[in-house]
Ligand binder design. Structure first.
Ligand code: 3MF
Ligand code: MG
Length: 357
């Protein structure tokens, strides 16, 4: 940024596009208790997207085509046609699809990295159906959250084989569809004790070894980065600097525990500010890519108000865009030149609190 540039920019409307997945409106079950809210029908979920300020839907394959494993390509195509028409009528777009391997009994010990070759074949076949669904719903982007591609105990798998099989699976996907773009969503643990692709560094390393690195990138989820002991904004910057950040799952996480998926900014506002800052520095909004909010409602939330985690996260994001844009860039430059980071930090904290100068 040149001298004097971007000084006190006016509050400009942002052109960020927001997305979430249908799983983000949920019944509130946790490992220690059953559901606490009634199930919201899929059609009803779709109908609230626009009201909440969202335009993009992130589909698991079986959200778009229930029982996808049992359907032939013709059935898949016709069900997708219907879904696409519903989306068009509601003014919604399918941002991405993702194969939900982890709920199927066959995927109990992973899909692409399962010891059983029949399971590995099933995982690849199912992923091809997911690619078909994406094509029919008008998106090239497929996300791989590698949920059970890891181990509960090291001795259960040969990790060298597992990495080879994962790469083979990715290559099979790239071969299957010349247009598909794969965004790996890394996560270090949960449900497994250890996942094979815990960070964006691992994801982009496997991308580089694939048949077509241009078509393998990443999706960063804030909570997953925090669980890996890393700063989400730095993980994003690593991907952005390689032009490989193809979506984000913003949320928050209070330290190292189970994956909390708290509302964006709820646990660490400054960390949230820095995630928005890096997206702003990279001009992410201009790429047309989506800001996904992978957030969960608190279990205590009553049914009538169980979408606030989504609208509040979006609102917080937009407020932080404003905070990034209105931070005094001149002062920032002077303090960086003087290496007075103590003062810079104070200004950031005061700016976030709306106090001070
Ligand atoms: C788990 C996740 C997943 C993925 C989703 C998209 C269920 O921690 O973040 O949410 O984001 O499956 O691939
Ligand atoms: Mg996620």
């Amino acid at each position: 940024m040149g001298a004097g540039h971007n000084l006190f920019p006016m509050a400009t409307p942002t052109n960020y596009r927001f997305a979430f997945g249908p799983w983000n409106i949920h019944e509130g079950a946790d490992p220690f208790g059953p559901t606490v809210r009634p199930t919201v029908a899929f059609a009803k979920k779709l109908s609230v997207y626009r009201e909440l300020g969202f335009e993009g839907i992130e589909f698991h394959d079986d959200d778009a085509v229930p029982d996808v494993d049992k359907k032939n390509p013709g059935q898949i195509e016709s069900e997708c046609k219907q879904m696409k028409k519903t989306l068009d009528d509601l003014g919604l777009v399918c941002e991405l699809t993702a194969p939900r391997l982890w709920e199927d009994p066959r995927g109990v010990d992973g899909g692409y990295t399962a010891n059983d070759p029949k399971v590995r074949q099933w995982a690849i076949d199912r992923t091809k159906r997911c690619i078909d669904i994406g094509r029919n719903l008008g998106t090239k982007l497929m996300v791989l959250w590698l949920a059970r591609e890891g181990t509960y105990i090291r001795e259960a798998k040969n990790a060298l084989d597992a990495h080879k099989w994962l790469l083979d699976a990715i290559n099979a996907m790239l071969d299957y569809d010349k247009d598909v773009e794969i965004a790996i969503e890394p996560k270090p643990n949960e449900p497994m004790d250890h996942a094979y692709i815990p960070t964006i560094g691992h994801a982009l390393a496997i991308s580089a070894r694939s048949k077509d690195p241009k078509r393998v990138g990443g999706l960063i989820e804030s909570a997953h980065a925090i669980l890996a002991g890393l700063d989400p904004s730095d993980e994003m910057a690593f991907a952005l600097s390689a032009n490989k950040l193809w979506s984000v799952h913003l949320n928050d996480q209070n330290g190292l525990k189970y994956d909390q998926d708290k509302s964006f900014g709820a646990a660490n506002l400054r960390m949230a500010f820095n995630q928005v800052r890096v997206l702003e520095l990279a001009g992410y909004a201009k790429t047309g890519r989506f800001v996904g909010l992978d957030v969960k409602a608190m279990r205590t939330q009553k049914a009538e108000v169980a979408t606030k985690h989504l609208s509040n996260s979006r609102r917080l994001f937009l407020a932080l865009v404003e905070k990034v844009r209105t931070f005094d860039k001149n002062l920032e430059r002077q303090l960086i030149e003087a290496r007075d980071y103590e003062q810079l930090e104070l200004h950031i904290l005061e700016h976030l609190m709306g106090v001070g100068r």
